[in-house]
Design a protein around this ligand. Sequence first.
Ligand SMILES: Cc1cc2nc3c(=O)[nH]c(=O)nc-3n(C[C@H](O)[C@H](O)[C@H](O)COP(=O)(O)O)c2cc1C
Length: 443
Amino acid sequence: MPSPRQLHLGAVMRPVSIHTGAWRYPGAYPDANFNFAHLKRFARKLEAGKFDAFFMADHLAVLNMPVEALKRSHTVTSFEPFTLLSALAGATERIGLVATASTTFDAPYHIARRFASLDHISGGRAGWNIVTTSNPDAALNFGLTEHKEHGERYDRAREFYDVVTGLWDSFADDAFTRDRESGLYFDPDKMHVLDHKGEHLSVRGPLNIARPVQGWPVIVQAGASEAGRQLAAETAEAVFAAHRTLAEGQAFYADLKGRMARFGRDPDHLKILPGVLVVVGDSVEEAREKRALLDSFVHYDSAIASLSIALGHDASGFDPDGPLPDIPDTNASKSGRERTIALARDENLTVRQLAQRLGGYGGLAFVGTPATIADAMEQWLVERGSDGFNVMFPYLPEGLDDFVDKVVPELQRRGLFRTDYAGTTLRDHLGLPRPANRFFPGS
Ligand SMILES: Cc1cc2nc3c(=O)[nH]c(=O)nc-3n(C[C@H](O)[C@H](O)[C@H](O)COP(=O)(O)O)c2cc1C
């Protein structure tokens, strides 16, 4: 019998892959972050696989890692997401298009316009990943000498959300009558001037764009701190989580959905989608070999920097081909150190292998056959660790093609994933209601 709940699948499109060694993998497209033909092919393939959304992350500075690591990674550079997603809107028909935009470094009027435009251009497929931007280097690119403090960033984000959604509601859905007879293009009684003056923002409005197709583009959030969870519980319709185990995922899932009642929200109107790196093989051994090969492409200089951070201890003097030595206690993250030591012991990894694992991609990974990957996804769904996943492909195009050609059919066979899109908008795909206009509720 098909499962009553089905998975939602987003694709995290660091175009070359999130894994820092991916550009060196045999057959990978090392220039995919600046090659539109490749990106178009990826988006179309994901759409053929009935994915809910293509998610384009964004950063307002190169990533803040030591130059020894920076110079070896493709993940630090990519296209500006609106330019890319607007172009992809014309190359696809159904798949959702989610972009990150920062409430710390952008202006709400700009953001409201860009997402409203993308939603119209794509026929209702836009989503906004609200971030407050954690990379302090971004401040230096915007005329500031220091980054705003975390709490203040989230306070501003909360107000920012009210302003942007208020701007999207500037016009009633039926405001544009375009009546040739009377010469009335729109009904002025159906236009609202926001006139917002708050603690962080001052915006008059109205927005100079008709209400988006979806009413509001889908609101996405990725923060995990107390302030991040609070913002998500109050506003988000999809959350990109980053938990490494089912138990952690379940705790986060219960916590976040539990917080929603306080805001009068239905827990089903927020989809929790952890990021997961998926490596597909014809056997589990083959998948593990692919992962090991991929990890081996992470240069030792950048790998060892990641290991030192994870351990809170300088690992540069360790024998790369020996086992991990005993690590003394430090003030750095205890849980991170313990997890790292446990990983080395459990999988009997050398210092080099451990460093390359963490330096490539240290988060949740499903490495196996289509059946074992589907088992894991099913378990997370059924045991309430998630409502689906944000899939990260280990190397492209092969990893993406493997997922769409091999894992998706297995999920469909089990009734865990759609065999076709039921609607046309991202809200339709995610099973989310279209928000009423707060100023024109009946329109
Ligand atoms: C799957 C995922 C995707 C993210 N994408 C972005 C992004 O595109 N841009 C960005 O600045 N931060 C991104 N982040 C970082 C978060 O917005 C947030 O800063 C981080 O998770 C720390 O959360 P906190 O500030 O609530 O502690 C992402 C995080 C996750 C887990």
